[in-house]
Design a protein around this ligand. Structure first.
Ligand code: HEC
Length: 158
């Protein structure tokens, strides 16, 4: 009786070593899966998506000042921090030129959209918008799924 109650209180005071791993995981300390942190790229992409919505809204209203502003924000989107860029480039490897070219095409089409909007040319702006959307799509087709798998360990695209 005495022995067994002693054992119980001792095991309560000293949790098993693996309990620390669970505690660390619950505290959100990136111990088990550092790769699951969202990339800065993901935040940049969310903003591109928002600006594309502003473009569509502006085109519908023929509010070309709004379209121009959103197009310029897309063209000059922020860059990922250097450390992340190196991680991404290390991952894409021999596909790095393709990744950069696709980013460059998005930039060019966004600039064309901004220019057409500045002139208030609806036809040209809509044509440029189509090309811009296709350039987003081209990179997503080539890279989004592999990025998800590599950096987050899952294939789903949202
Ligand atoms: C050079 C490649 C490339 C180009 C160009 C590109 N994207 Fe992306 N995009 C990605 C990758 C890679 C992801 C997945 C990023 C991640 O989940 O960390 C992504 C994800 C996204 C997402 C999902 C973000 C989320 O909430 O998880 C949106 C929205 C998006 N992109 C919008 C755009 C728009 C709009 C354009 C064009 C104006 C564009 N992207 C151009 C590579 C690109």
């Amino acid at each position: 009786m005495t022995v067994s109650s002693k054992t119980t209180s001792k095991s309560r005071r000293r949790p098993a070593p693996w309990a620390w791993l669970i505690a660390l995981g619950c505290a959100g300390i990136p111990f088990a899966s550092p790769a699951a942190e969202p990339l800065a790229l993901q935040g940049i992409m969310k903003d591109l998506g928002k600006n594309m919505q502003a473009v569509v809204d502006g085109l519908s209203r023929e509010d070309y000042a709004t379209v121009e502003k959103a197009a310029l924000a897309i063209a000059d989107h922020p860059k990922a921090p250097l450390g992340e860029k190196m991680r991404v480039m290390a991952y894409v490897g021999t596909n790095a030129p393709r990744f950069k070219t696709l980013d460059g095409e998005t930039h060019e089409h966004a600039m064309a959209l901004a220019k057409a909007s500045k002139g208030g040319n609806g036809e040209d702006a809509i044509a440029a918008f189509g090309k811009l959307q296709s350039s987003c799509f081209a990179c997503h087709q080539a890279f989004r799924k592999p990025f998800k798998e590599h950096f987050y360990g899952k294939a789903e695209t949202r």
